[in-house]
Design a protein around this ligand. Structure first.
Ligand SMILES: NC(=O)c1ccc[n+]([C@@H]2O[C@H](COP(=O)([O-])OP(=O)(O)OC[C@H]3O[C@@H](n4cnc5c(N)ncnc54)[C@H](OP(=O)(O)O)[C@@H]3O)[C@@H](O)[C@H]2O)c1
Length: 298
């Protein structure tokens, strides 16, 4: 049986994907850069191997990859230096020699490259600013790559950015300048796609980029309206940066710079039925998500 290493297993997508893979009986090795993270993984996934590996330390990656065939990589926004992290992952994979698939989560609107982004945007290390650096390095490595490209908002932004204020004051409070007609893709669907790819025959997905999109787009007013309908109580949009500022802390300024690009760059994304085709079921809608996580908003 293939052994799958998850780099980013304590994170949102990495953790959910680990759950999905554990449910399929996959042989897992789950990584955290922190001892406490490794202990949390051991408790959450008692049947998995756990390992401490820091992607700024190539030797620790090489040790984590020993005996591994497939790797899933999710890097966090705002902090990752892809010019160091990605070459370290590539070098470690080449050194162990047993890796026959690397699956990498990216978020790149069609056609965007590093050359199309200003230094100020790249410096935010957020979203596409990470992935336009990592992807060409992986492409040039010759390693067997599969990309899961999510050029929209992951639905966990709803609880992260919006839910507390909706719950407390029935306000969808965000700076109006960050509004856009966005596609929303659920973290559950992304994890299911990742688990499907990581357990399918290697030849089915190596060399492919799966672009996950949504059939509808929603701006903040549409999301507020939908929340109101599902909660049975009016939810009003408010042009207010206070809650986002509080949630994001030191990352707030970088996020606001990032939004100057993101609010425009994803408008040209065309919907395809990739999620439904890969999963053999309809994809989760924003309305489904609100209802499944009702207690966060109600
Ligand atoms: N928000 C959106 O709408 C959206 C949309 C599309 C794509 N994305 C992309 O989604 C990704 C974020 O996904 P997420 O929320 O699942 O990430 P996350 O929860 O922030 O998880 C990041 C992981 O990175 C690990 N990590 C941090 N430093 C490390 C190090 N030095 N060495 C090894 N591992 C390290 C963390 O584990 P430890 O701390 O335990 O080591 C954690 O498990 C970003 O790439 C973002 O661009 C986001």
């Amino acid at each position: 049986m293939d052994r799958i290493l998850i780099l980013g297993a304590t994170g949102n997508i990495g953790g959910l994907t680990s759950e999905r893979l554990a449910g399929r009986g996959a042989a897992l090795r789950l990584a955290s850069s922190r001892e406490a993270g490794r202990a949390a993984l051991a408790e959450r996934f008692p049947d998995a191997e756990t390992v401490q590996a820091d992607w700024y330390d190539e030797a620790s990656l090489e040790a984590a990859m020993q005996g591994v065939n497939r790797v899933f990589v999710v890097t966090p926004d705002f902090m990752t230096d892809e010019r160091v992290v990605t070459p370290n992952i590539i070098n470690a994979a080449k050194a162990v020699g047993s890796i026959n698939q690397i699956v990498r989560l990216i978020a790149i609107p069609p056609g965007l490259t590093e050359a199309g982004l200003s230094q100020a945007f790249l410096d935010t290390r957020c979203g596409a600013n990470l992935h336009v650096i990592a992807k060409p390095l992986f492409d040039a490595s010759g390693l067997p790559m599969t990309y899961i490209n999510v050029p929209g908002w992951i639905m966990f932004n709803l609880p992260w950015f919006l839910a507390p204020e909706v719950k407390a004051n029935r306000r969808l409070a965000m700076p109006a300048v960050t509004d856009a007609d966005r596609m929303w893709i659920s973290e559950g669907d992304i994890a299911d796609v990742a688990a499907t790819i990581l357990t399918a025959p290697i030849a089915d997905h190596v060399g492919k980029e799966h672009v996950l999109t949504a059939p509808a787009r929603y701006d903040y007013h549409a999301i507020a309206r939908m929340l109101g309908e599902e909660l049975g109580d009016e939810v009003a949009f408010a042009d207010d940066d206070g809650p986002l500022r509080e949630t994001m802390g030191e990352a707030f300024d970088a996020l606001m710079i990032y939004f100057q690009h993101e609010t425009r760059a994803y408008g040209g994304v065309v919907h395809g039925e990739t999620v439904a085709e890969l999963l053999g079921r309809p994809q989760e809608t924003v309305r489904d998500y609100i209802n499944a996580n009702r207690e966060l908003f109600a």
